[in-house]
Write a protein that binds this ligand. Structure first.
Ligand code: BEZ
Length: 211
């Protein structure tokens, strides 16, 4: 099944390293990140899982839960945890789904057979508190993800969900933002007391409104 932006994230119940989880119930009112890795006991995946675990505090601050997945068994996940802690210096501190029968992988189209025949690629789904998919990313097995980028995207999604703005190229939290094109200059003046700079009729820049 293809999961597209704006779709309700498919719900499921799965076995994880933190017990059985019903995805929508587990998400509750939080934002969520569901991400897959190809295989336990592989090098890039080991660094990624440690990398996500090291940033758990940053996701917590953003009211964002994270959950990983591969088609390995629960037993394999539990054995691998020790290697992650030993080599990456951070213990696994979020649930890992054991999707042996590929139920979740199929629901989210995480297996791309022309890239990796039977394993999940590095998919990322960011889900809003309304359970709708806000962002998807797909990386090949050979390229580890950048957790800074995923945190940055959460910041942009949360900001643009609450203010009539968009974030420009290479934006990071605290940087200037773009006034939503749908706003008139008059409405923008009312909404953004710090003012805005009009570079073009369609390109108006304002300081980040919640800073
Ligand atoms: C890795 O994590 O290094 C990896 C996993 C599956 C295929 C290739 C690389």
């Amino acid at each position: 099944m293809t999961v597209r932006l704006g779709d309700v994230a498919p719900d499921f119940t799965a076995e994880t390293t933190e017990g059985t989880i019903n995805f929508h119930e587990w998400l509750g009112d939080s934002w969520g990140i569901l991400f897959s890795h190809p295989k336990d006991f592989t090098p890039v995946c080991t660094t990624e899982l440690g990398g996500f675990a090291a940033r758990k505090g940053d996701f917590d601050k953003r009211n964002t839960k994270i959950i990983g997945l591969s088609v390995d068994t629960l037993d394999s996940h539990h054995q691998w945890k020790g290697d992650i802690e030993e080599t990456q210096g951070t213990a696994l501190n979020f649930p890992l789904i054991a999707d042996e029968n590929r139920t979740v992988a199929d629901l989210y189209d995480m297996i791309h057979p022309n890239a990796l025949e039977t394993l999940t690629v590095r998919s990322v789904f960011i889900i809003g508190p309304d359970k709708k998919v806000k962002l998807t990313l797909t990386y090949p097995a050979s390229t580890g993800r950048n957790v800074d980028e995923i945190v940055r995207v959460v910041d942009s999604l949360q900001l643009t969900a609450n203010y009539s703005v968009a974030t420009p190229v290479n934006w990071v939290d605290g940087g200037d933002v773009i006034v939503a094109p749908a706003l008139s200059d008059e409405d923008a003046t009312a909404k953004f007391p710090k003012g805005f700079t009009k570079l073009k009729n369609y390109l108006r820049i304002t300081p980040q409104p919640n800073k």
